[in-house]
Design a protein around this ligand. Structure first.
Ligand SMILES: [Zn+2]
Ligand SMILES: [Zn+2]
Length: 169
């Protein structure tokens, strides 16, 4: 999404709303850094660019859902995420090296770059199918959410083991 900034730069308006949907490509930074996450539906991003007495900024509200594997039990899970972010837009006095700002290029502002950048910060490194996911048995690999495996029964609770040695004396 490239926003035409002409109306703001010409002072015709002080606010340009936008709305677009976006799906990170397979060769995007987002896909490279989060290979386990797939975006089954496009990410929706809406907001506005505003100019307050020459001070320009971007405000964006983002919502998305994604598919991944539960970090504990590896079952497929759908995650939902919503966040907002703001970014200052540089005027001609700001050096191009300054990462804190977005830069206008030929009266146009690229909205995908800042969105991708923010996604990298907001996407979770792990998602659980549920808060209390029991995970997999370390011994037999059974998904313990579906019931206990037999491993537990053969395991002796260390506290009981101590009690047993005391009683045996
Ligand atoms: Zn799980
Ligand atoms: Zn087991």
């Amino acid at each position: 999404m490239i926003l035409d900034m002409t109306p703001i730069l010409d002072a015709v308006t002080d606010r340009i709303p936008f709305s677009f949907s976006y799906r990170p490509g397979e060769d995007s930074v987002v896909s490279a850094l989060f290979p386990d996450i797939t975006f089954s539906s496009p990410i929706s991003c809406s907001g506005f660019v505003s100019d307050r007495a020459g001070y320009m900024s971007l405000h964006a509200d983002v919502s998305l859902s994604y598919e991944t594997a539960c970090a504990r039990c590896a079952e497929p899970v759908t995650g939902n995420l919503a966040f907002s972010f703001e970014k200052d837009i540089a005027d001609s006095s700001v050096s191009r090296d300054n990462d804190d700002y977005l830069f206008i290029e030929n009266q146009r502002l690229d909205l995908v770059d800042p969105l991708e950048e923010q996604l990298l910060l907001e996407l979770p490194t792990k998602t659980l199918c549920r808060e209390d996911c029991k995970g997999l048995c370390g011994r037999c690999g059974q998904n313990l959410n579906f019931g206990d495996c037999d491993c537990k029964k053969h395991e002796v609770d260390p506290r009981l083991a101590v009690l047993k040695t005391l009683l045996d004396k």
